[in-house]
Each structure stands twice: as structure tokens, then as C-alpha cells.
Ligand binder design. Structure first.
Ligand code: COA
Length: 183
């Protein structure tokens, strides 16, 4: 058993003693990354673009926000809100008629917050050719019905790639917290 998995399980056992309620204990059980991986596609229409046919960045950001919400909610089983979106670079323009495909997964879970990694690709439906147009990291926070942050279950990365993303996300979280403390 990996050390990461072992520490997740130990933490869950300790939390279970505090939580008591069996249903809540079950909900808080650490979940493998793969359980909340989300894929979404959206056809770019004229209303999504400017006068020369290029899709607005805001349209892509909205889709990024939606997929992050789905992915974080699937993982936590709770309502989630967007706390922040890290810097987004638009690498290539997307045109009307292209299919935008988004992939999202929970990279890391802090206490109540989750880092969701989103990759965006654009597909030309006639040629089938796909281009990577941007990637970004979104911090989602699981909240109660009253909008107060509540604990999210830990995530268990299993593949080599997921473990790498987990470690990198942990570093980014530290940087974000340092930046936030300076504001
Ligand atoms: C996000 C929100 C719930 C945080 O509430 P808060 O009272 O500041 O709570 P906390 O300071 O305890 O932070 C809760 C978690 O969010 C994280 N967080 C808060 N602001 C953050 C930010 N700007 N970037 C990254 N993470 C952030 C904290 O690090 C903490 O994570 P942890 O529990 O894993 O350690 C609150 O600010 C909010 O409701 N914001 C509006 C959300 C919204 O409407 N989004 C849509 C955009 S219009």
C-alpha cells in the first residue's frame, strides 16, 4: 500500500471517531481520483463568438467553471462554489463550428477546498483533428446549505500521472495560501 493511501486511510479512521454518524463517515471516505473524472463537450455556435468568428474567452471560462463544479460536487457529494481560478492562458483561438471538449479531475483536497485541473481541447469535426487550447486550475470549496465551507473527502491518486498531479497541486495550494495571506 502506498504511503499516500495509508495516510489517507489513517486520517479517515481518526475523523470517523470524531464524526460518529455512520452516513457522514461513509460520505467522508477518501475517494479515488477516477471516481469524479468528468468529460464534457460543447459545440461552438455563432452567439459564442466575436464578429470574425473567434470564440470569446469568457465562453470557455464559463464551461471551465461548470465542469469544475460538476467534478468537485461529484467528489465531495456536496454543493460547491468557485473560490478562485488560477491564471488562464489561451494558447490558440477556437472558431465557430468547433467542438470544445473539457476534461476535469480533482488533483488535490485540502480541508474544505479542492483543486480541480481542467484541460480544454478544440476539435475540427470534419477532420477530427484536436488541439490543446488551454489548461487551468480551479479551486472549488464544498459548502453547507448556508454557504459555509465544510470538509471534503480526501482524494486518492492511483496512477503515476494522478500522483504527480497530486504532488504538484499540493505545492500550488501552499503558494496560493501564501499569496492570499499577503492580500
Ligand atoms: C469560497 C468561500 C466559501 C470561502 O469562504 P471563507 O469564509 O473565506 O472560508 P475559509 O477562509 O475558511 O476558506 C475555506 C477554504 O477555501 C480556500 N480559499 C478561500 N479563498 C480562496 C482563494 N481565493 N483561492 C484559493 N482557495 C481559497 C481556503 O484556503 C480554505 O481551504 P481549506 O479548507 O482546504 O484549507 C467564500 O469566500 C465564498 O462564498 N465566496 C464566493 C463564492 C462564489 O460565489 N463563487 C462564484 C463566483 S461569482
Amino acid at each position: 500500500m502506498s504511503r499516500m493511501l495509508e495516510s489517507c486511510i489513517l486520517e479517515h479512521i481518526q475523523e470517523s471517531r470524531i464524526l460518529g454518524d455512520p452516513l457522514e463517515v461513509c460520505r467522508m471516505k477518501p475517494k479515488p481520483t477516477k471516481e469524479s473524472i468528468t468529460i464534457m463537450s460543447h459545440l461552438m455556435m455563432p452567439a459564442d463568438a466575436n464578429t470574425v468568428g473567434f470564440v470569446h474567452g469568457g465562453v470557455i471560462l464559463k464551461l471551465v467553471d461548470i465542469i469544475s463544479y460538476i467534478c468537485a460536487s461529484k467528489h465531495s457529494g456536496k454543493y460547491c462554489v468557485t473560490a478562485s481560478i488560477d491564471r488562464v492562458n489561451f494558447l490558440q483561438p477556437i472558431r465557430i463550428g468547433e467542438l470544445v471538449i473539457l476534461y476535469a479531475s480533482v488533483n488535490y483536497v485540502g480541508n474544505t477546498s479542492m483543486e480541480v485541473g481542467v484541460r480544454v481541447e478544440a476539435e475540427n469535426l470534419r477532420s477530427g483533428k484536436r488541439r490543446h487550447t488551454n489548461s487551468c486550475y480551479v479551486t472549488m470549496v464544498s459548502v453547507s446549505n448556508k454557504g459555509k465551507p465544510i470538509k471534503a473527502p480526501k482524494v486518492i491518486p492511483q496512477t503515476k500521472e494522478e500522483k504527480l498531479r497530486y504532488e504538484e497541486a499540493e505545492k500550488r495550494r501552499k503558494e496560493r495560501l501564501m499569496k492570499k495571506a499577503k492580500i
